[in-house]
Design a protein. Sequence first.
Length: 369
Amino acid sequence: MTLLKYIKIRSYEMGLVFRDREFKGLLATGTHWLVDLLGKTRVEIVSQCAPWLVHDQLDMIVKSGALTGRAVALDLKDHERGLIWIDGRFSNILGPGLYAYWLGQKDVQVEIVDARQVRFIHKDLAVIARSASAKVLLDVCSVERDRVGVLFIDGRYIDTLSPGQYAFWKGPADARVVEVDQRETTADVSGQEIMTADKVTLRVNAKVTYRIADARKAVSQADDVRQALYRETQLALRAVICARELDAFLVGKDTVGQEIEQAMRQRAGELGLEIASVGIRDVILPGEMKDLMNKVTEAKKAAEANLISRREETAAIRSQANTAKLLVENPALMRMRELEVLEKIASAGHLKIVLGGEKGLADRVTNLL
């Protein structure tokens, strides 16, 4: 029995003709009559407004050649990725597989990229990285301002990356970026108990100011470069302070800091670090040593005060001796000095003269008045 089928294909549609489950061709826009003798002919009408052709028999459709001039067919190998642009806007990233995009309704542009170049570089990376498919196929990372990124691929150092956004293909290789802050940093080395050369135990707090000068060394030479610097500072503190007696250490703390800095420079360079400064922040003495130091200080201050008092007394006596000598050598000065004394006595309002039995005393007082 002959069976005719009426098929209408609109301007934005395409018909896929299957007979006995095998693809036979396409039906373009228009009205079609199909002869189906045994009811084995089937037409699937698909919209070209969604340009991606998804079908479970896509391989048969592509191999038939019916899509030539009507669609873009992509057969991406394991090392290939496809970038799809529709009407000038980025759509998605395609992994390995077979794909087809209709050309009728949309402007479709395709870029084929070799994923064996693990680092993905593209002028529109910022747009591509925001797509949902990028999260599946790309590792996207950003290196922030004042930092650098150390790039390793399959465990091998490749490059040091400046601030910016970077992307790497997943699958072909293991790419890892270690971000390193290159700003100046201060590390506190606190609570170090160290014995001086004269057997006094101190608790010392120090600080180290440094920056990372070689990012590759900083991430390769130690599992934690900051912890390594902390340990090196501890060792340098012990080496320098243990060689000094307490008094010498307390007097020359700045010199101690310079010696520690000098001792650490070579090792810091091996770790990729640059030392800016090292300083002793606090020195804490044991309780009994603190009391003893206070007593010593008190005794020194008392001795200094006593010395100053004796110097003042000596100066006063020396001044009096010089005055007496001057009066002896100059009788007129002695006479003036006597008159000054009598003037002071008279100004008090009470002048009493008592004459004794010494011969000549009354005459001298009378003459003086």
